[in-house]
Design a binder for this molecule. Sequence first.
Ligand SMILES: [Cu+2]
Length: 137
Amino acid sequence: MKQALVGILALGLAFGMYSVTRQQQKNKVPAVQKQSSSSGATTKDAEVKVVNLEAGSFYYKPNVIEITKGQKIKIVMNSVSMIHDFNIDELGVKIPIVKDGDTGTIEFTADKVGSFEYYCSVGQHRANGQVGTLTVK
Ligand SMILES: [Cu+2]
């Protein structure tokens, strides 16, 4: 009788662990899908706001990004022509030069309220209009 009880307990434990594993797997799926999105749209969840940023000659798309103070943001920059970088001086944010067809990312938390210019420091790109505005509310 005791043995049967122990057996049931062990089964219950094993099933509990199985359920937890399954839930973890379920939770992983949407995060991966979000990161592989390349629509240029923004996605947002409780953890990180992912912004897919297109860099071309001479623009960023989108050229306006809005977030709330204290929110984590991940910028995934894809260069579609020439080489480009990404800078926000006031926040100490930089993605080093990304080649045509490549992607560069940076993750940071905006802890200052305000409007901050982001720009490309390659050649005359900034002067040619490769700028955007990050607004932190
Ligand atoms: Cu550029």
